[in-house]
Write a protein that binds this ligand. Structure first.
Ligand code: F0G
Length: 398
């Protein structure tokens, strides 16, 4: 069943619906299944090992092998920050971001519904993922991207997988509004995270973290927040495992936003359930350059219900954290992803995070998504002839 998170109105799983017709709020899927956690143990490590908990037609699955991402213990960085740190590396998904988890489930639903066109607005990663999954499913794909604000790798993916790409004059929020209008007029099936089936895929990040920790919850999960779907999805996954008795505690959900795009943090500071949209969001972390997140109700519920937190970080803090993770732990992520590490550092310094806490930072997208930012932040290579003496000199001078 699909249910409104605010008024509780219920809908059938096969209705094409994105928001509640009664009160306009966001929707979620309610699954009434009872399984033993042992069934997941010896299955292939993709998110479909949890298929009993993902409410779509198993015969229609569109997959490229998503989920089962690395869960890296980061002792060097953890020691520096005074916590026990694990990093969930979502850049290892097929198109290089966590969006593939949502898209494999969303595209499966699209196939089951028999639609012929799918669409999304995107800051980049959703469009890259949608384009790939639409290609695999053989569906027409239309994406709206905020003009001039999409990182190069993501743009290359969306175009190369054959999506019809519209570079929209305006920001992500405006692009999403336009795309949603077209979906409501039934010109296409919307696969932004307002579509509750997307979050059914992304909730498996929560499942995997619990299983990675041998059926325990960490003290805290930290992640970047843009349109606010992912924090909501992870909380749903964690809560489902808790309700089924697979884990006996839940983590503090900690959402990090960029200073120039922080409506969720602003609401958290006021202990409010409502957001004031940010008119002209700006940050180097273009993935989370969002002023009016559609899933804010779910995200704020997750933060408040888990006794969690929300904080902002500056672009400088994001870039420093991105470099630290790359150079101390070998994990290359795009700027938005590094917001989780930057947030961890800031909250530890502020005393919100205790010494020794067990923390999982979700890093959401791969370094190569945004090669320009990586190159700008690096020292240029030295150009030399293949002269062994000159090369030796260089080596010995270091
Ligand atoms: N990290 C990355 C790398 C992202 O691409 C996004 C969102 C987020 C974090 C934030 O997740 O929106 O669920 O709170 N990217 C979307 C896109 C908006 O269009 O690719 P969220």
């Amino acid at each position: 069943m699909i249910r409104c998170v605010v008024c509780g109105e219920e809908y059938n799983n096969d209705e094409i619906i994105y928001t509640c017709t009664n009160c306009g709020s966001v929707l979620e899927l309610v699954n009434d299944v009872d399984v033993s956690k042992n069934i997941f143990e010896n299955r292939k490590d993709t998110l479909w090992k949890y298929k009993e908990l993902i409410p779509v037609n198993e015969d229609k699955i569109v997959t490229i092998g998503e989920g089962g991402t690395p869960f890296c213990k980061c002792d060097k960085l953890g020691e520096e920050l005074g916590v026990e740190l694990f990093v969930k590396v979502e850049g290892s998904n097929p198109t290089g971001s966590f969006k593939d988890r949502g898209m494999t489930v969303g595209m499966t639903k699209a196939m089951d519904l028999g639609v012929d066109t799918v669409g999304c607005a995107s800051t980049g990663n959703t469009s890259a993922s949608l384009a790939a999954y639409a290609a695999r499913a053989g569906l027409r794909c239309i994406v709206f991207l905020p003009s001039g604000k999409v990182a190069l790798g993501k743009l290359a993916q969306a175009m190369f997988h054959g999506a019809e790409v519209v570079s929209l004059r305006g920001n992500f929020d405006e692009a999403l509004e336009a795309m949603t209008s077209l979906a409501l007029e039934k010109h296409l099936y919307l696969l932004n995270s307002i579509n509750p089936f997307r979050l059914e895929g992304q909730k498996t990040i929560g499942y995997e973290i619990a299983q990675d920790l041998e059926w325990k919850s960490p003290d805290r999960i930290i992640l970047p927040v843009g349109n606010a779907g992912n924090i909501s999805a992870i909380w749903k996954g964690i809560s489902e495992f808790y309700d089924m008795g697979f884990i006996d505690s839940k983590p503090m959900m900690t959402g990090i936003q960029a200073e120039g795009a922080c409506p969720i943090t602003n609401a958290f500071r006021k202990k409010s359930m409502e957001i004031d949209p940010v008119e002209n969001p700006e940050t180097i972390a273009t993935a989370i350059r969002i002023g009016s997140p559609v899933s804010y109700t779910k995200a704020l519920n997750a933060i408040y219900d888990s006794n969690g937190y929300s904080q902002t970080v500056s672009d400088e803090e994001i870039l420093a954290a991105q470099k630290l993770l790359a150079q101390k732990e070998g994990i290359g992520v795009e700027p938005a992803s590094a917001a989780s590490i930057a947030g961890l550092r800031k909250l530890k310094d502020e005393g919100v995070i205790d010494k020794g806490e067990q923390i999982v930072c979700v890093v959401t997208g791969h370094l190569l998504k945004d090669p320009n930012t990586a190159i700008e932040a690096s020292t240029e290579p030295v150009e030399l002839d293949a002269d062994i003496n000159k090369l030796k000199e260089l080596l010995l001078n270091k």
